[in-house]
Design a protein around this ligand. Sequence first.
Ligand SMILES: [Mg+2]
Length: 304
Amino acid sequence: MSNISNAIYGFTIGDAFGVPVEFLERDTYQIEEMIGYGSWDVPAATWSDDSAMMFITMNHLINEDNLNQLKKAFCDWAYRGYWTFNDEPAFDVGITIREVINRWERIGLHELAKSDEFSNGNGALMRILPISLWAYGKKIQGEELFLFVKEYAELTHGHIRSTLCCYHYTLVVHQLLEGSSIADSIRYANEALTKMLRQFPGEAQYFERLFIIGDFPRDDIASSGYVIDTLEAVYWSLLNSSNYYEAIHKAVHLGKDTDTIGALTGGLAGLAYDTLNIPNHWLNMLPKQSEIQELICKFEKVLK
Ligand SMILES: [Mg+2]
């Protein structure tokens, strides 16, 4: 598999592995297999909003659609089954995303996402991977990269903290693509974000833990849907693992927002390790596997 293919499948598998145990408390379950009908009434290996919004964004980038077309595509996903696993309306739209999609649908696509401090769920972060890959392929760097990431993050999450988390994740993606280790990639992103935080001094305190997250014991890792908690859980899982499966297994066993944390961990682990060391049948279990494969091929082509 190529880097890009590994990242997209790594993300999708991490999502699907975490779906059946989403919301559960830590250490109340143990899974080694793709299972169905846990937290959601869906079959084994069902991927969720995280992967769906990633696929839709990939399609948007491939076609060079404008942002209104992307917003419309998200409405079609939530209400009309566009890029859902079963062509039915999405089964799991997050609160902040649901709220803005509702307004796009009822009022108009010019409606802006909420930007208060309490609207900082991980819904922008969960769909940023294709943006990060695209920016690397198109050599978008520095301040331009920050603004590019911000434009996409703000579609659903208007607060700067969400953008800063998306920017950090993007920098890690870029360093992994450069061939750096996970630890070095995160260190690089920490340094770049520290510089960026000078423009947003009020936000610096929220990132202090993130910069040393690998050293924390598991008990100190929150794994909620709050964007900072999610990013901390993702990097903690990666920094305390030495292969793909171990990383997503650790991520999904932290509890609470297991699918998004599994997905974001899996995307980076897919880039960091040459092989997705999972049971062979897992990839074939994914709904719409052939459509996903076709989408990845198109995405790779436009990035060459
Ligand atoms: Mg999800």
